[in-house]
Write a protein that binds this ligand. Sequence first.
Ligand SMILES: *Cc1c(COP(=O)(O)O)cnc(C)c1O
Length: 329
Amino acid sequence: MDLARFPRRRYTPGPTPLERMPHLSGQVRRDLWIKRDDLLGLAGGGNKTRKLEFLVADALAKGADTLITVGAPQSNHCRLTLAAAVREGLKCRLILEERVAGSYAAQATGNNLLFDLMGVENIRVMPAGSDLAAAMAEEAEAVRALGRVPYAIAGGGSVPLGTLGYVACAQEILAQSLDAGVAFDRVVVASGSAGTHAGLLVGLNAASWDGAVTGINVRRPQAEQEGNVHTLCVQTAAMLRTAPPERHAVTCLDRWVGPGYSLPTPEMAAAVRTAARTEGVLLDPVYTGKAFAGLLGLIETGEIEPGERVLFVHTGGSPALHAYADQLR
Ligand SMILES: *Cc1c(COP(=O)(O)O)cnc(C)c1O
């Protein structure tokens, strides 16, 4: 398996920090570590930066001058795709899906403000359940009609090429774990469009890593999400000519989704506050707040046992915090 065969842009100067959470570890009697992918490069950091390194390299190789992608009204993926476009001198168009009815507000802060600041070329707002693939195709056609070259990026960048970003992250984690002298028993990560979870699984499995990856869902029921993650693992492993993880290695817990995608839960709000007050780490309400609530919940039930060494992958999202102020007070 050789990731270097794939063209890649670099948006982060080196590895992200892997840090121990000393205060919280003492409180919960588990050895808790955090992979600071909230500190990745491009505007505001977060996991989509790793995927975009491979996706944008592909777009450039194909002569594209305009990136098109899709996400929710406060999408971190849209913010980072736009930031990558600006960095590369490309234009960017966004399709925003109102997964919660009426959730788009032109004057909203958070990522929405950043779309405007970074000069998005066009925003199209669609109701939940719209045919997003068709909307992307229409947008691409509109770009072509201007004599330009579009490149469409799937939601969350979760296609095999984007997933390579998290195969690379798995390799980075293993090197840092060796360096720090700590062998992790478990990795906990938010599981959304599935690329982050799948990439970590493929990379760790290919290295014969001996631990569990626990995905915490932010949107879908367990069986559906596990199927999505496993399918993407199989496709990504095929691209790398390595063996995919087995289906039983894919765990996606849906106990912390609450009423739905991006809708607040008391456990999320408590987890965001706990991380902020014990370690000075800013999570987000939509992804990492719920994932961290899952981590704390699994400790409370004993499913994560005393003494376990656990790595939480912080996938970012704090630029959206202010847009959810009412849900966090
Ligand atoms: C997109 C996102 C996730 C989920 O990652 P997927 O690869 O879509 O599963 C987690 N955290 C943050 C902050 C995100 O923006």
